[in-house]
Design a binder for this molecule. Structure first.
Ligand code: GLA
Length: 734
């Protein structure tokens, strides 16, 4: 038998080949340890100047804290990013640096690709990092290939591994949690020793339970404008996992109290082993991250700017004011009701009429409730005798564009589709199908199903070529994970192949129908992630339209995702979800901080309200560019306060909007003092209150001109003393 050679557990480092992944204000530095060939993460944080002591050079003593840029299970490493079983059954992988390539994609984007190879097997890992210089954002992903004789099993391969080493300090995690109708509640916690795992195994809903994003404050809890913060989000609409492992790091002999935080983020590996054939490439979802040395406000704004420019479809175009039929009509409508809604909405200055659920399925499978019709995408001739194209024309004659709701990934057992193809649903043999909302998930892993889903949507859009908007819904998660198409040894591929197929469908539709807007919806905010957003124009933030609760939902959501994409609708009161009644102005003031829409029956509004709605829509259209393209500044959090406030400031700092809300009555409530942010200290601004009702104003300095420096130091006083009082101020530099 051949004897293995030996090596000591830890060697010294001798760093060479330093790879700088730079943005305007941040640096990620990687380097190769020439002693053993390992690629190490040297530093991630505030921009490094070339002579910075942050870059270790020469021999480094044992005990120094340097960790692999992408660790693998093998050799001395046990708690790692990558784990694979090689074709010969070996469990271990040892990756060494092979080469790297830096490509300037344009004046703002640089792609660095680093090739790591196994010391023994024909197995390679490509680490890709795309740096967006002005936005201070890095996008990274991992691709794996091999030339072994048989498939290699990938057990885990996250999109990123980042290691933070703060010898005397702590880590604080901010994450977003919630379910249907209570999405994206902020949770803040100190990370104690041990592993904190956030994971999602819904398969179709990336952002129920937890959202695949976080902010991590290093050393101290950050505020809006102070402290080092890393913010990141996984661009993946399926199951995912984020692990924050706070431990002592490597087994060294010195006595330093080390506090290492190792972070790995990627698609969930649970029941998801991937059998990678020789020559095939497996690519992980992308992870998007940014570093801010001055608090979480900058981190949010970096992600917002990046997502508008590089992620969202048409992120530079303002979104239309929508009337969605769901809360106003539900399943119970006919053509005349829809035309009446359109008439009223058009007279209010609306722009896009969206027909929600209930318009399809026929005879026994007519969609009059959630129990039938999904899969049968033909207009219901009882409700819409003249078909969709007639409705599209009716909207057009009223000066409105037309949008439609679909849920194409799903099937009701009560449908012609299921009668013809029961094998197209995700299922396990010899197990009962588990219904949820009376429906099953279609098996997109099957190419025939993928083609069917694409064709169903394409047919609706080409038969009715002026449909301008699609609300793409997804109302259940995956259970009974299994595919009648994939072989017995590929069943664990469903998680991954499902999302890849969904993305192919959306990408194809985007090419064929480039002018059709997509709203991502998944029972409300179940699919708010940068993977879905990269294939859509906006998302439906929540089925909860209660304006008070929406303040919290939108506050959390906009930590990561931008206002331009945040669908926010004004609905009837008492609110359908909570029974709460709030003033119409309050509802508008909340919805106007996102993409404003209505979701009510405008034909039943009293005339007084009609007049206000019309004026508010007109006002919104005027301020829309500042909300859509401005920078968000969070002034007073709704968490722990009885009121809250936020601002949007235009890129040139000439225009700004201030929104403030009273969240609940309390005694001896005084006028609130708001210290503004994000303005140009050198400029002077005229302040006007807008969107007020019945001539009731909340400030007594309307029209006054105040220096930006004073607004950001002395502040202003606003009267939002009663429950659900709210105010919108517009600032113009003069
Ligand atoms: C989901 C969506 C709602 C609505 C209904 C229709 O719940 O989130 O907005 O479209 O489906 O069934």
């Amino acid at each position: 038998m051949k004897l293995n050679s030996t090596k000591v557990y830890e060697t010294a480092y001798e760093i060479d080949v330093i790879i700088d992944i730079n943005t305007r204000h941040s640096s990620l530095l990687l380097g190769v340890n020439t002693i053993n060939g390992e690629l190490l993460q040297l530093f991630f944080g505030e921009k490094c100047r070339s002579s910075s002591p942050k870059v270790p050079r020469g021999v480094v003593k044992p005990g120094s804290e340097l960790y692999a840029a992408y660790s693998a299970f093998g050799g001395a490493e046990t708690d790692v990013a990558l784990r694979a079983t090689h074709a010969d059954g070996a469990l271990s992988t040892e990756l060494v640096y092979d080469s790297h390539l830096v490509e300037e994609e344009d004046s703002n984007r640089t792609l660095t690709t680093i090739k790591l190879v196994d010391k023994h097997y024909a197995f390679s890992v490509l680490l890709s990092y795309r740096a967006f210089f002005d936005e201070n954002v890095i996008e990274c992903w991992v691709s794996i290939t091999h030339e072994e004789n048989e498939p290699v099993i990938l057990h885990q391969c996250p999109s990123v591994e980042l290691t933070f080493v703060e010898t005397s300090n702590d880590y604080f995690l901010t994450s977003l949690h919630g379910l249907w109708e209570r999405e994206n509640e902020l949770q803040e916690e100190r990370l104690y020793r041990g592993k904190k795992v956030l994971e999602n195994r819904y398969g179709t809903w990336s952002s129920f339970g937890s959202n695949p994003s976080f902010m991590l404050s290093l050393g101290q809890p950050s505020t809006e404008d102070s402290g080092p913060v890393v913010a990141g989000a996984l661009a993946w609409s399926g199951a995912w996992k984020m692990t924050f492992n706070h431990d002592a790091g490597r087994l060294f002999y010195d006595k330093a109290d080390r506090r290492r935080l190792n972070v790995t983020i990627g698609a969930s590996e649970f029941a998801a082993e991937y059998h990678l054939a020789p020559g095939e490439q497996f690519s992980t979802p992308a992870f998007i991250f940014t570093f801010s040395s001055n608090g979480r406000g900058t981190a949010s704004r970096n992600l917002h700017r990046w997502s508008r420019k590089y992620c969202l479809r048409e992120g530079g175009d303002a979104r239309p004011v929508v009337l969605n039929s769901w809360e106003g009509a539900g399943f119970d409508f006919d053509e005349s009701k829809l035309l009446l809604m359109m008439d009223q909405f058009a007279s209010m200055g609306g722009e896009m009429f969206v027909l929600d659920d209930g318009w399809f399925g026929n005879k026994n499978y007519a969609r009059n409730n959630p129990s039938a019709g999904l899969g049968d995408w033909n207009a219901n001739r009882t409700k819409i005798p003249n078909g969709l194209s007639s409705l599209v024309n009716e909207a057009k004659t009223r000066g409105l564009r037309f949008g439609i709701w679909i849920e194409p990934e799903m099937v009701n057992p009560n449908s012609l589709l299921f009668e013809a193809h029961p094998e197209w649903a995700i299922q396990q043999p010899d197990r009962e199908n588990v219904l949820y909302r009376d429906q099953l998930v279609l098996d997109l892993c099957n190419p025939k199903v993928e083609a069917f889903v694409y064709q169903s949507v394409a047919a609706i859009l080409s038969d009715n070529s002026e449909i301008a908007y699609v609300k793409w819904d997804c109302n259940r998660s995956i259970t009974n994970l299994g595919s009648t198409y994939l072989g017995f040894d590929r069943q664990t591929h469903v998680w991954y192949e499902y999302v890849k197929s969904l993305y192919r469908i959306l990408d194809r539709l985007a090419v064929t129908f480039p002018n059709v807007m997509i709203q991502m919806c998944a029972s409300g905010g179940g699919r708010i992630d940068f993977g879905a957003l990269g294939r859509s124009h906006e998302f439906w933030a929540s089925d909860n339209t209660d304006a008070l609760q929406r303040i919290y939902i939108q506050w959390g959501t906009n930590y990561i995702y931008p206002a331009i994409a945040t669908g926010a609708h004004v609905t009837h009161c008492p609110n359908k979800q909570t029974g709460r009644t709030t003033p119409l102005k309050f509802r508008f003031d909340v919805a106007m901080t996102g993409r404003l829409g209505l979701e009510l029956d405008p034909s039943v509004l009293p005339e007084r309200d009609n007049v206000y709605v019309k004026a508010a829509i007109e006002e919104y259209k005027r301020i829309r560019p500042v909300v859509a393209f401005g920078d968000l500044y969070r002034l007073v959090s709704p968490y722990g306060n009885d009121y809250c406030a936020l601002m949007y400031v235009s890129d040139d700092k000439c225009r700004a909007l201030v929104f403030a809300y009273n969240l609940g009555h309390r005694l001896q409530h005084e006028h609130e003092k708001l210290i503004l942010a994000g303005l140009d200290a050198q400029q002077r601004y005229r302040i006007s209150e807008i969107n007020y009702r019945d001539d009731k104003r909340a400030i007594d300095f309307d029209g006054e001109i105040v220096a930006g420096s004073d607004l950001m130091s002395v502040g202003i006083s606003v009267d939002v003393r009663n429950e659900f009082d709210s105010i919108v101020l517009e600032l113009h530099s003069i």
